[in-house]
Design a protein around this ligand. Structure first.
Ligand code: C2E
Ligand code: CA
Ligand code: CA
Ligand code: CA
Length: 276
């Protein structure tokens, strides 16, 4: 139903004053945001659990609304998806991100989020291939983060897309792992290189019940036996960091090592942490 209505609710009608109309006003603003230079990309470090070397960065989009200030991507990405704008927005983020990676040492990766709608677009492989070509970075430096949402469409496009993306040489990460309905089933369906353990299991795991730790331990064991890396997202405290290390998680992402920051700062960090 969502797909059928895409692009339908993107225009403001003065008669509307509800929550829904506020949403539509925001959608209208989002339409021109890219042209007005209101969007930017920030980069959050992903650090090797053993030691503190930067393994890569995740690209995260930001929107500075001229009147409302910073608006969270958790708010405007769904709007962009409904409005048929996610393709253009996502392509722009990808382009910025692979370009950014040129500034970093060659072993430092760049992770980019792909909306399920982007992923299910038959043109996605071509788009990714062209972005890689233009940037000149090694394909294996690019990691595409997808969520379990891509499997809900369950189309043939999806199956073929995984294989063709792997042929390009990019890496695939399964984001927000553990939050879907059939997480284990998804691991069977696609050749993921990495599992990103959702923040809901990670944050506060050291100080709350041992259940989260037990779940993370099981995810790590599973990932290792399938030859996949693991990332713990949302690590904010030293206690949680220590626990993630004890549990054998391979990489750490969280405020403890750095918030998402401008390209310049990311580049400084990438060079500083680099072991020659
Ligand atoms: P995500 O892909 O799961 O990204 C991780 C989010 O967790 C980011 O929020 C990041 O800033 C936040 N985070 C990382 N470490 C910590 C921590 O230690 N503590 C806390 N409290 N938060 C932490 P952000 O940037 O607000 O993005 C939210 C979501 O918006 C992303 O979740 C992703 O689903 C979506 N998003 C962001 N940028 C893009 C994009 O370019 N394309 C698409 N399709 N989605 C995006
Ligand atoms: Ca992500
Ligand atoms: Ca995530
Ligand atoms: Ca998320």
């Amino acid at each position: 139903a969502k797909a059928a209505g895409r692009g339908k609710h993107c225009f403001y009608e003065p008669s509307m004053h509800s929550e829904a109309s506020k949403r539509q006003l925001l959608e209208n603003d989002l339409r021109g945001a890219l042209e007005r230079n209101e969007l930017s990309v920030v980069y959050q470090p992903v650090v090797r659990a053993a030691g503190e070397e930067v393994a890569g960065f995740e690209a995260l989009v930001r929107w500075k609304h001229p009147k409302q200030g910073d608006i969270s991507p958790t708010r405007f990405i769904p709007l962009a998806e409904e409005c048929g704008m996610i393709g253009k927005l996502g392509e722009w983020v990808l382009e910025q991100a692979v370009h950014a990676a040129r500034e970093w040492p060659d072993h430092v990766r760049i992770a980019v989020n792909l909306s399920p709608i982007q992923f299910n677009d038959p043109k996605i492989v071509e788009t990714v291939g062209l972005a890689l070509q233009r940037s000149g970075i090694r394909p294996s430096r690019l990691e595409l983060e997808i969520t379990e949402g891509v499997f809900l469409a369950d189309s043939d496009v999806t199956d073929g897309t995984f294989a063709r993306l792997k042929e390009l040489g990019v890496r695939l990460a399964l984001d927000d792992f553990g939050t879907g309905y059939s997480s284990l089933g998804y691991l069977k369906k696609a050749p993921f290189d990495k599992i990103k353990i959702d923040q809901s299991f990670v944050r506060g795991a050291a100080s709350t019940s041992s259940r989260n730790a037990a779940i993370i331990r099981a995810i790590v064991t599973l990932a290792e036996s399938l030859g996949m890396d693991t990332v713990a997202e949302g690590v904010e405290t030293h206690d949680d960091l220590q626990l993630m290390r004890d549990l054998g998680v391979s990489q750490i992402q969280g405020y403890i090592f750095g918030r998402p920051s401008a390209l310049e700062d990311a580049t400084d960090l990438a060079s500083a942490s680099s072991v020659e």
